[in-house]
Write a protein that binds this ligand. Structure first.
Ligand code: PEP
Ligand code: MN
Length: 338
């Protein structure tokens, strides 16, 4: 339900509506847009029929939100969200941000050297997993807190931001201390307790698409985080499982304009997990930019044969540098910048 307020409504009138909505056991979200202030109300809306909100002073109209996701829908907020990471970094605006780094944090030296190279090529975020969701319990599981320390140190040294995955509700506040952005991996997209826990955090959250999730399910997961209290959520298309087996996953680039039409949240593309093959990353990263992505995430490793995970899809630093140049050209062609 959206309560559209009159342009001349007073703060006292807004406070009164908020109080009345809360009395019904519902959660009001006041959103001050450029032209109008609206109050989104989520929860079991039937109880609202007991209160004629349209006759409250300052209310222009009351409209239902037809989509099952409410707070993340374009109906609720017509203008695109821009996530402010501080230090002048904003995701969702004209500038497209590139997040690069190894699949997993391996050693301190290696991470420092990758961070230096990706920064020099123009990345804004350093990526790398300290907690790794591996298919096999015998594979490298990540360095844990030690890895988080290396990430923070390397990123600070180069003036980068950190994005790293959190897999367990028990680690959320530990990871939040070190990172600038909490990553929810594909395998945890519907781990609702984890979504609620990152919903309590102050730092932005990147929500990757589940391996076999529809756009609607993905947006419902984003709704969990936003409705718990964290509005700074963006999505990451990383490929889905289909019958096609010539790539690791099928990178669903149409999800970018689909999400943009349904939701105000920013969306980025990860062609590394999306294709699983080094030679496919540059064309799909450029296509992601052309499709309207607000960012690109790629895995980079100087010695992929020795990488502890995902070596086959890691770009060498020089390849990453070439890709940055190519993406800059595509961004320019569509009126954006990298
Ligand atoms: C990752 O980005 O490190 C990762 C594990 O990706 P995904 O969750 O998309 O498989
Ligand atoms: Mn990986």
């Amino acid at each position: 339900m959206i309560i559209v307020l009159k342009p001349d409504i007073t703060q006292k009138q807004i406070d009164h509506i908020v109080k009345e909505v809360k009395k019904l056991g519902l959660k009001p979200h006041v959103s001050k847009g450029i032209e109008r202030t609206i109050i989104g109300v989520v929860g079991e809306e039937e109880v609202l029929s007991t209160k004629p909100l349209e006759v409250f002073p300052g209310v222009e109209k009351v409209m239902p939100i037809l989509k099952p996701y409410k707070l993340v829908s374009r109906e609720y907020q017509p203008e695109a969200s821009i996530i402010d990471f501080g230090r002048g970094i904003k995701l969702g605006g004209k500038r497209i941000h590139v997040m690069a780094g190894p699949c997993a944090v391996e050693t301190q030296e290696l991470l420092l050297s990758i961070a230096h190279k990706v920064k020099k090529s123009g990345a804004t975020f350093l990526r790398g997993g300290a907690f790794k969701p591996r298919t096999s319990p015998y594979s490298f599981q990540g360095l844990g807190e030690e890895g988080l320390k290396y990430l923070r140190e390397a990123a600070d040294h180069e003036g980068l931001l950190v994005v790293t995955e959190v897999m367990d509700t028990r680690d959320v506040h530990l990871v939040e201390r070190y990172t600038d952005c909490l990553q929810i991996g594909a395998r945890n997209m519907q781990n609702f307790n984890l979504l609620k826990e990152v919903g309590l955090c102050k730092k932005p959250v990147m929500l990757k698409r589940g391996l076999s999730s529809t756009v609607k399910e993905w947006l419902m997961s984003a709704e969990y985080i936003v409705s718990t209290g964290n509005p700074n959520v963006f999505l990451c298309e990383r490929g889905i499982r289909t019958f096609e087996d010539s790539t690791r996953n099928t990178l669903d680039l149409s999800a970018v304009p689909v999400v943009k039409s349904l939701s105000h949240l920013p969306i980025i593309v990860d062609p590394s997990h999306g294709t699983g093959q080094r030679h496919l990353i540059a064309p799909m990263a450029c296509a992601g930019v052309a499709a309207g992505a607000d960012g690109i995430m790629v895995e980079v490793h100087p010695n992929p044969e020795k990488a502890k995970s995902d070596g086959a899809q890691a770009l060498l630093p020089d390849m990453f540098d070439d890709l940055m140049q190519a993406m800059k050209g595509v961004a320019r062609a569509i009126g954006r910048e990298i």
